[in-house]
Design a protein around this ligand. Structure first.
Ligand code: NAI
Ligand code: MG
Length: 479
C-alpha cells in the first residue's frame, strides 16, 4: 500500500529557519549543558560550512538521561492508552505544522535533496507518529486476550541517512506502548532530532518521557552498556550492530537491530522496461544511495540487457547532482567526508576487480562532498562491489538467464533486508517473494515506505521488525 505523503509547500528559501549556534542536551524536559563542557560541530556537507555546536554527552549526562527516563516511567506507563495517544497525536501535528522548517534543516545538515526531505522524510515521520498514536488505546485489540506490559526505558541509537524518520520509527511505537526513551542521533545529523525535542517540549509531554542526547559512538556505547534500559534499538552498520547485540546479551536486554543490506533489484524480460528503469534509478540513487534497502545489485535478464543498459545510461545522464536546497536536484551531497572516502575506495576497488565503470559527465560543485551516479558492468558474483554494502550512489549490474539462477545469485550475500522484482507475471512475483531471503520484497516498485508495513531483515541485516503492528511487539513484554 502506498500513499501520497506530500503535505507541504516547496521550501524556497532558508531565511526564516531558526537555528541556535549551540545545542545542549534535552534531559528531563530541560535543556542542559554537557557536564564536562564538550561540544562537536555539525556542518553542511554541501558547503563544508559549520552550522552549529552540538553537546557531546559523557558518562554523567548518559546517567542523568536514563535517570530521568526511569523516573518518568511509572507515570507515563500508568496513563491510559488514550491519554498517551493524545500526546503522540500532538507531536505528529506539530511536526506537520513545522514540516517546511524540518525539511530545510534535514537537507542542510545531511545533504539530501530538499524534494526528498519535503515529500518523503518529514511527512513519513509525521505519519509514523499519527499511526502509533492510533494504536496507543487499542493494544488489547492487537494482542487479544494477552496480558502485556511496556518494557521500561528504551535506549535508541539512530543513523544519519534518515535522521528524523528514524527517530520517529523508534520513538513513536515505544511511547504508544508506555515506554520512556533516551535517543541519540548520529553525529553528522543531530539537528532534526534536537528540533524534535523542541516539538516534544511544545507538545507538553511529561518531563523525562523522551530524552534526546547527542554524541558519538562512545556516547552510544555508554548507552548500550548502561544498566537502566531494558531495551536497545539500533539502526546502523552491521559492525556496530554486532557490538550492540553483545551488550544486549550481557545486560539481559531486549534488542532490535536494523543493519546493512545489499539488495537485488531483478528485471525480467517481460517487465515494463521504462518503468523498471525508473525503479532502478530510484532504487539506487534515492538519498545518494545512503539507504540500507537500496537496490545496489541489479540483475537483468540477458534478453533485455542491452535495452535496459542503454536506457539506464540515458536516464543517468539526465540526473541533476548538486545543491540539496534546489528542488530540481536529484542527487545531493554525500553525508560526510568519511562516507565519501568509503565510496571512493569502492569505486577504485571495482575497477581493480575488473568491472567497467560508467558515470555521466556532470559538473560537481567545488566545495562539499559529491559522488556522481555510478554503475559497474562486467561484475562477477564474487567481486567485493557485488558483496559489500557501499552506501553510496553505486550500482553493480549482473545478468541472468533463468529464475532459479537469479534466486541463487540474489540470495548469495550475508545480508537479507530487501529486494525488488520487475515482471508482468504474478506467478514470478509469488515465487520470488517466497524464495528470496529478504524482509521486504517490492514488486514493480521500489523504496516505498508506509507506517502500516513492517520492515526488517534476515541474516546480517539484523532482526526484529519496525513499523506496523509488529513494531509494537518490540516494545512490550507478554506474560
Ligand atoms: P555507525 O553504525 O557507526 O553509526 C550509526 C549510529 O551508531 C550513530 O549514531 C553512531 O554514533 C552510533 N555508534 C557508533 N559506534 C557505536 C558503538 N560502539 N556503540 C553504540 N553506538 C555506536 O555507522 P557509520 O560509521 O556512520 O557508517 C558506516 C557504514 O555503516 C556505512 O558506510 C553503511 O554501510 C552502514 N550504515 C548503515 C545504515 C543503515 O541504515 N543500515 C545507516 C548508517 C550506516
Ligand atoms: Mg551535518
Amino acid at each position: 500500500m502506498t500513499k501520497d505523503w506530500n503535505l507541504s509547500a516547496a521550501p524556497e528559501s532558508t531565511s526564516h529557519i531558526q537555528l541556535q549556534s549551540e545545542y545542549g542536551l534535552f534531559i528531563g524536559g530541560k535543556w542542559i549543558k554537557p557536564s564536562d563542557g564538550s561540544y562537536f560541530d555539525t556542518s553542511n556537507p554541501a558547503t563544508e560550512k559549520r552550522i552549529a555546536s552540538i553537546a557531546l554527552a559523557g558518562k554523567k549526562d548518559v546517567d542523568a538521561a536514563f535517570k530521568a527516563a526511569d523516573h518518568a516511567f511509572d507515570g507515563w506507563s500508568s496513563l491510559s492508552g488514550a491519554e498517551r495517544g493524545k500526546y503522540i497525536f500532538r507531536i505528529a501535528r506539530i511536526i506537520q505544522e513545522k514540516s517546511r522548517e524540518f525539511a530545510v534543516i534535514e537537507s542542510m545538515d545531511g545533504g539530501k535533496p530538499i524534494r526528498e526531505s519535503r515529500d518523503i522524510d518529514i511527512p513519513l515521520a509525521a505519519a509514523h507518529f499519527f499511526y502509533y498514536a492510533g494504536w496507543a488505546d487499542k493494544l488489547d485489540y492487537v494482542f487479544p486476550g494477552r496480558k502485556m506490559r511496556p518494557l521500561g526505558v528504551a535506549a535508541q541509537i539512530i543513523p544519519w541517512n534518515f535522521p528524523l524518520l528514524m527517530a520517529a520509527w523508534k520513538i513513536a511505537p515505544a511511547l504508544a506502548c508506555g515506554n520512556t526513551v533516551v535517543l541519540k542521533p548520529a553525529e553528522t545529523t543531530s539537528l532534526t532530532a534536537l528540533k524534535l525535542a523542541e516539538v516534544i517540549d511544545e507538545a507538553g509531554l511529561p518531563p523525562g518521557v523522551v530524552n534526546i542526547i547527542t554524541g558519538d559512538g562512545a556516547t552510544g556505547a555508554l548507552m548500550t552498556a548502561h544498566p537502566t534500559p531494558k531495551k536497545l534499538a539500533f539502526t546502523g552498520s552491521t559492525e556496530v550492530g554486532k557490538q550492540i547485540y553483545k551488550a544486549a546479551i550481557q545486560g539481559g536486554k531486549k534488542v532490535t537491530l536494523e543493519l546493512g543490506g545489499k539488495a537485488a533489484n531483478i528485471i525480467f524480460d517481460d517487465a515494463p522496461i521504462d518503468a523498471a528503469v525508473e525503479g532502478i534509478i530510484n532504487g539506487i540513487y534515492f538519498n545518494q544511495g545512503h539507504v540500507c534497502c537500496a537496490g545496489s545489485r541489479l540483475f537483468v535478464q540477458e534478453t533485455v540487457y542491452d535495452e535496459v543498459l542503454a536506457k539506464l545510461k540515458r536516464r543517468m545522464d539526465s540526473l541533476i547532482v548538486g545543491d540539496p536546497m534546489d528542488k530540481n536536484t536529484d542527487i545531493g551531497a554525500i553525508n560526510s567526508k568519511a562516507q565519501l572516502k568509503t565510496i571512493e575506495r569502492y569505486l577504485k576497488l571495482g575497477s581493480e576487480e575488473g568491472a567497467e565503470i560508467y558515470q555521466p559527465a556532470c559538473n560537481l560543485p567545488e566545495k562539499g562532498y559529491w559522488c556522481k551516479p555510478t554503475l559497474f558492468t562486467n561484475v562477477a558474483q564474487s567481486n567485493r562491489i557485488a558483496q559489500e554494502e557501499i552506501f553510496g550512489p553505486v550500482l553493480a549490474i549482473q545478468t541472468f538467464r533463468t529464475i532459479e539462477e537469479v534466486i541463487e545469485k540474489a540470495n548469495n550475500t550475508p545480508y537479507g533486508l530487501s529486494a525488488g522484482v520487475w515482471t508482468d507475471k504474478g506467478s514470478k512475483i509469488f515465487q520470488l517473494t517466497k524464495e528470496l531471503k529478504a524482509g521486504v520484497v517490492w514488486a514493480n516498485t521500489y523504496n516505498k515506505f508506509d507506517p502500516t508495513s513492517p520492515f526488517g531483515g534476515f541474516k546480517e541485516s539484523g532482526f526484529g521488525r519496525e513499523g506496523g503492528i509488529h513494531g509494537l511487539e518490540a516494545y512490550l513484554s507478554f506474560d
